[in-house]
Write a protein that binds this ligand. Structure first.
Ligand code: NAI
Length: 412
């Protein structure tokens, strides 16, 4: 059955869980949404069920599991915002089947990762991790030996995407020579130069930093042969994904001195929570900086995530745009000043679109604009019309009756 979800803004209920940054609630208020329920933590299942039953928009982070069961019962829900990078905590298929677009913030924390990586490059070039460890143990290794400025050194960036490019720009400001390797042809920023291939990058770099996604091709892309190609004494930074580096080989290379030092933020196996024990073959190596997957974890990144996801939810709610939804046909829509906008979400089966169009011609409404995108399972058509209030009411009823309709909304 189609849901009737066309409300004035002050009746739209926003549920924000898990201590989502205040920037999100501020964005909703600034956009005219007043019914906002905030919770610091994830909710126990029963309470979550009750809250979801009332909510039109929900914001979660990684701890709230939105299962097919819960979504089925969330009859008012029109959209979900994951205020984080990952979306595996939501049953995306079930959400799509119900006509619920899901949004996230894949790139809001990239600057935080880039800053940490450049700081780590400086620390490694100066041998600070080992010197820090010695001082803590009562040692005093006052010497310039093995200590280098970053200026003039070569930084090799593997994966020249959102993070890799920012690392390059900041490193160039320090006077580093930047080279990069990517499987796509990338426009270089500043004076960065593409290396001929990964091998050449490894052979030329004083510091190698990894910024690739987790894919079958990146799994252990830095193993024994690649480490052997690195300059003796060069450093390795991994703040991408734990599976990209063979950490046993890296630990051996650090022990042998072939790798001068390393900074590692991500691991093949990471503890599930802060109370679990963390184990890695890199533990106990003084010239290895270990951090608990916090490359992107800053308050600024949380604020940016709050702004980014809230703005996507608001845009969908106000205007119907689904640009960058992770499970849904993407439509970027202009403002609909002077027209009434119908959003029709349906199963992608033959005949629905012609039935939709038939409603408008039968009821004599003037179509100002139409936008359509389909996914294998779901179709999303947006129609802007000029019509009388009686016509608008009739259109809405007729649209909801079309077989295959999942949801209809009207934006006045
Ligand atoms: P992105 O998608 O913007 O860039 C990735 C780049 O890697 C792309 O240019 C792509 O073409 C390239 N690439 C893919 N496969 C490759 C291969 N086999 N060889 C060479 N290049 C390849 O991603 P973004 O935002 O820059 O993130 C990079 C990594 O950082 C991801 O793995 C992400 O999960 C991780 N990350 C880690 C965080 C942390 O807390 N440590 C926080 C945020 C992201």
């Amino acid at each position: 059955m189609a849901h009737k979800t066309s409300f004035p803004k002050h009746e739209i209920r926003v549920l924000l869980l898990e201590g989502i940054s205040a920037s999100a609630a501020q964005s909703f208020r600034a956009a005219g949404y007043s019914q906002i329920r905030l919770f610091d933590k994830s909710l126990p299942e029963e309470q979550l069920r009750e809250e979801l039953a009332q909510a039109h928009l929900v914001g979660i982070r990684s701890r709230t599991q939105l299962t097919a069961d819960l979504l089925q019962e969330a009859r008012r829900l029109i959209s979900i915002g994951c205020f984080c990078i990952g979306t595996s905590q939501v049953d995306l298929d079930a959400a799509e089947d119900l006509g619920i677009p899901v949004f996230n913030a894949p790139y809001s924390n990239t600057r935080s990762v880039a800053e940490l990586v450049v700081a780590e490059a400086i620390m490694l070039l100066r041998g600070i991790p080992a010197k820090n460890a010695q001082c803590h143990k009562g040692g005093w290794a006052k010497s310039a030996s093995g200590s280098h400025e970053a200026r003039g050194k070569t930084l090799g960036i593997v994966g020249y995407g959102h993070i890799g490019t920012q690392v390059g720009v900041i490193a160039e400001a320090l006077g580093m020579q930047v080279i990069f390797h990517d499987i796509e042809t990338k426009l270089s920023l500043g004076n960065a130069r593409a290396a001929a291939n990964l091998d050449e990058l490894l052979q030329r770099s004083d510091v190698v930093t990894l910024h690739v996604p987790e894919t079958p091709a990146t799994r252990e892309m830095i193993g024994a042969p690649q480490i052997a190609m690195m300059k003796p004494g060069a450093h390795l930074i991994n703040a991408s994904r734990g599976t990209v580096v063979d950490v046993d080989c890296l630990a051996d290379a650090v022990r042998s001195g072939h790798v001068g030092g390393a900074a590692v933020d991500v691991f093949p196996v990471e503890p599930k929570g802060n109370d679990d024990v963390f184990q890695t073959p890199l533990a106990g190596l003084d010239n290895v900086l270990l951090t608990p997957h916090i490359g992107g974890s800053t308050l600024e990144a949380q604020d940016n995530i709050g702004l980014e996801v809230a703005s996507k939810l608001i845009r969908y709610s106000d205007n119907g745009s689904t640009l960058s939804a992770v499970n849904f046909p993407e439509v970027s829509l202009p403002e609909h000043t002077g027209s009434t906008r119908f959003l029709h979400i349906h199963r992608n089966v033959p005949g629905v679109l012609s039935r939709v169009n038939d409603v408008f011609s039968r009821l004599g409404a003037n179509i100002d604009g139409q936008f359509l995108r389909t996914h294998p399972k779901v179709g999303y058509v947006v129609i802007d019309v000029s019509a009388s209030q009686t016509q608008l009411d009739d259109i809405r009823t007729a649209l909801m009756e079309i077989p295959g309709t999942l949801r209809t909304r009207v934006l006045y």
